[in-house]
Design a protein around this ligand. Structure first.
Ligand code: FAD
Ligand code: UDP
Length: 399
């Protein structure tokens, strides 16, 4: 692998079999697979000054490994994804735990047996728990919206409590909308858990953190003789799409183009901008060993930030006398001014707009949109990796 900042003056796209736009999961996974399986020479262009996309981590001034674009916790049910990524890292046995700060009491989220007892008192909490077990079964995940539909006054009481104290205010802060106004799948990510497991991802067979961090994982994934990475390069300065071809540096390009940026940007938002939520991440280093008991505390009824992450609690890094925390403030994303589009807003009119952009590239047989931005989807890291593995399977089969 060669990493350069900017493109060399004599950059010749024709000397590469594929151009990959973006050095996050989607781009890096495709680059590695096409280099290995097809012996393709790959040029990756990335407009940031680093690899790893939104999973990028680095040591801050206090020497603490932090995640620049929000806390990233790896978990997957997908064995193929796990064995592919495990080629480039070992994993710690970190199991993510989240507590909700509800009027000063810290309760496990997903809401579970312990949370019920904290919320309703020992006796009533136990009674309600038994009823949940009798209704849904032990160790079952129940989406809050499903719980609300049950026609039982006691279960309705649980549903109302969880809705009001866990979901309503947090969701208003995160999305600017009530839980009923957003895609049910979003809150379905955090179901009530009828059991004692207090992990955020109960039952995910593979979870942990990359032993040396995400950026190191990417360095290994991109470490291949046929892969060149060019940082600080915005592809819009060299690529142009026409109805029938992809032009790179002014000439039709015959290689494969893997595009992991946003599609509306590529067309100058000419049919309108795809809506997103962005997040202001505010970091602070404190002169203490530990600030909070777990990796993430969600502020579900108070404050105007959504959550506080303490990185040492996730990475297991030992740095005595100091710790770095980060607060997240979610807000509307403003297109075209350099903000980071973090969360897609899955609503029918946005999907229709997205499809109208996809239609314009669908005839370009060598242009492949993939990833959280290019597919306009709320993917976790494993979902993006799976999508990139599938796309590379198709390209490999074709060559
Ligand atoms: P990205 O990582 O965004 O990579 C795309 C890259 O393309 C970027 O580096 C961008 O700079 C580059 N690019 C875009 N346009 C251009 C252009 N014109 N020219 C050149 N380069 C360009 N997932 C989990 O599994 N667990 C978590 O705990 C988790 N936490 C998250 C927390 C937050 C706050 C957010 C926002 C996401 C979280 N995710 C998590 C999701 C995870 O970040 C994504 O699934 C993953 O990073 C997506 O990879 P990607 O390659 O599709 O996109
Ligand atoms: N959510 C909530 N309260 C919580 C946790 C989650 O209301 O304590 C809702 C909220 O709408 C959030 C969604 O569930 O956006 C998904 O949560 P998740 O933790 O998966 O979000 P992410 O880590 O992707 O930001």
């Amino acid at each position: 692998m060669k990493i350069a900042h900017g493109l060399p003056e004599n950059f010749n796209p024709e000397s590469y079999d594929a151009l990959v736009v973006g050095a996050g999961y989607a781009g890096a996974v495709c680059a590695r697979r096409l280099a290995e399986a097809c012996n393709f020479r790959i040029a990756i262009v990335e407009r940031r000054d680093h690899i790893a996309g939104n999973a990028y981590d680095y040591e801050d001034e206090a020497g603490i490994l932090v995640h620049k674009y929000g806390p990233h916790i790896y978990h997957t049910y997908n064995d193929r994804v796990h064995s592919f990524l495990s080629r480039f890292t070992e994993w710690t046995d970190y199991q993510h735990k989240v507590l909700a700060n509800i009027h000063g009491t810290l309760m496990p989220v997903p809401f579970n047996h312990q949370s019920l007892k904290l919320a309703f008192g020992e006796e009533k909490g136990e009674h309600l728990y038994r009823k949940l077990v009798a209704t849904f079964g032990q160790d079952k995940k129940v989406p809050i919206l499903e719980l609300r539909e049950k026609n039982d006054p006691e279960l309705a009481e649980v549903a109302d409590y969880v809705y009001e104290n866990v979901f309503l205010h947090y969701t208003m802060k995160q999305w600017g909308k009530t839980p009923d106004q957003i895609d049910p799948a979003v809150m379905g990510r955090v179901p009530v858990f009828v059991g004692d497991d207090d992990r955020y991802f109960p039952q995910a067979p593979h979870q942990g953190m990359p032993k040396d961090g995400y950026t190191k994982l990417f360095e290994k994934m991109l470490d291949h003789d046929l892969i060149d990475v060019f940082l600080d390069v915005d592809v819009r300065d060299l690529m142009e799409l026409t109805e029938t071809s992809v032009k790179v540096c002014g000439k039709p390009y015959g290689g494969e183009v893997i595009y992991t940026g946003a599609l509306d940007e590529l067309f100058g938002f000419d049919r309108g901008a795809l809506p997103y939520r962005t997040v202001d991440m505010v970091f602070e280093t404190l002169p203490e060993d530990q600030f909070q008991p777990v990796g993430t505390v969600n502020y579900t009824v108070s404050e105007n930030f959504t959550r506080i992450t303490e990185f040492k609690n996730m990475t297991g890094q030992v740095v005595p006398g100091k710790t770095t925390i980060m607060r997240e403030y979610s807000r509307t994303y403003l297109p075209g001014v350099g903000e980071t589009p973090y969360y897609v807003i899955n609503e029918p009119e946005n999907i229709a707009l997205y499809r109208s952009y996809v239609e314009r590239v669908s005839k370009l047989v060598n242009f492949h949109p993939v990833g959280r931005l290019a597919e306009y989807r709320y993917y976790d890291m494993d979902g993006v990796t799976a999508s990139a593995l599938e796309l590379s399977d198709e390209i490999i089969a074709h060559h």
